[in-house]
Ligand binder design. Structure first.
Ligand code: SAM
Length: 367
């Protein structure tokens, strides 16, 4: 198992074989079969659409409705969904078999570097409970006992296969883009206190610790299973992180307590109303001169062709990510300005990976 598997879940022979099968199936679907969709789009879907409407499709929604008619798309889509279910089934088998031991192991004993604060009264917001985001079993809020870490364990196990199955290298951490953006855009900002919102099991934090040494690191997350798991994971990595189970829409931090607030792939999983609340709270908890950066998946880009925009919108309709597409149709500057940020200090931008092989999107502002 790669070293991201922090609580050291074991995969026995059959589980390892299943993981390997799921990974190759995903690679075949995403890299082997997906290019055929472009041919189907150009040679069949667009001409069929033009025949009826007398014009080419004007947006990704029209492309989707037309592609739904195509056998190749139906087969590809059904295989994609099946492979995603298999990925979670494979994680579930490993996690369930080892859960009691895992829950015990997750408890940090003795001296701690960071801390963990749970809130058993916190309600999971409806935008996270109405569907199980990208099919994770039980959803992010799965909490079967007062020491349950299964939500975090599922997430970690799923992520070991998810991105790799789409051909993304396991090494690239999107948080690096946040750090690089902050350092180049705000060279004067030397953050002493950083908050990671929607941290799940702490994906961003090693990068924040490396790039901003000495900063006090805080992480919030609505899911108890994620913060329990994340806390142990960070302690194992030797990182002092203060985790608390909180909703980013209304945190309990005092006004003006952070220099930098970040999130990585959280916004596309919230609703439009939640996004407005999150921006308001960010404005409240940032010190004057402090910066908020919310990184997310790139979907729309002025330079993107319609086909690619439709392809990237797949998860909105078929992978239980109902706000994915909506986020990119929003004017995100408006909620930032309504939250109190000066318009000229806001941003909505695309960021290139250091290696130049990937693009991310980010929005935010300086207070
Ligand atoms: C895709 S995961 C984030 C991954 C993580 N940031 C990383 O870098 O690995 C999104 C997380 O955001 C959390 N989340 C969504 N809405 C939230 C909110 N309003 N407040 C706090 N956490 C939230 C979800 O529970 C989920 O764990």
């Amino acid at each position: 198992m790669p070293d991201q598997n922090y609580l050291h879940l074991e995969a026995n022979h059959d589980e390892g074989a299943r993981d390997a099968f799921v990974l190759s199936l995903k690679l075949h679907i995403n890299l082997g079969m997906a290019p055929g969709l472009k041919t189907v789009y150009e040679k069949r879907a667009v001409p069929a659409f033009e025949k009826v409407h007398g014009r080419p499709p004007k947006d990704r929604h029209e492309v989707r409705r037309q592609m739904l008619e195509e056998d190749y798309f139906q087969m590809w889509g059904s295989l994609w969904r099946t492979a995603q279910h298999l990925m979670w089934e494979s994680s579930e088998t490993k996690v369930d078999r080892q859960l009691p031991e895992l829950n015990k192991r997750a408890k940090v004993k003795g001296r701690k570097l960071g801390s963990l604060r749970l809130d058993p009264k916190l309600e999971m917001p409806r935008y996270l409970t109405a569907v199980h985001i990208h099919g994770q079993p039980g959803g992010y809020g799965l909490d079967q006992s007062d020491d349950d870490v299964s939500a975090g364990a599922f997430y970690e196990q799923g992520m070991l296969l998810y991105g790799r199955g789409q051909g993304h290298p396991a090494s690239g951490n999107p948080a690096q883009n946040i750090a690089d953006f902050v350092k180049t855009t705000y060279p004067g900002l030397k953050p002493r206190k950083i908050l990671d919102e929607g941290s799940s099991i702490g994906g961003c934090l090693p990068v924040m610790a490396k790039e901003f040494p000495g900063a006090e690191l805080h992480a919030i997350e609505v899911s108890a299973g994620m913060v329990r798991y994340g806390h142990r994971r960070m302690e194992d990595m030797g990182l002092a992180v203060h985790f608390s189970q909180q909703n980013a829409e209304h945190t309990d931090f005092p006004d003006e307590s952070f220099d930098l607030v970040v999130s990585n792939i959280m916004l596309h999983e919230t609703s439009a109303a939640a996004l407005r609340n999150i921006m308001k709270d960010c404005h409240r908890i940032l010190r004057p001169g402090g910066v908020a950066v919310h990184l997310d998946v790139p979907l729309r880009n002025k330079d993107l062709d319609l086909y690619t925009e439709w392809y990237r919108d797949w998860s909105t309709h078929f992978n239980n990510e109902p706000f994915w597409g909506k986020l990119h149709d929003m004017d995100v500057i408006k909620p930032l300005v309504e939250a109190g940020f000066a318009r000229e200090k806001t941003f909505d931008t695309y960021l290139k990976n250091r290696s130049g092989d990937g693009v991310w999107w980010a929005c935010g502002a300086q207070k």
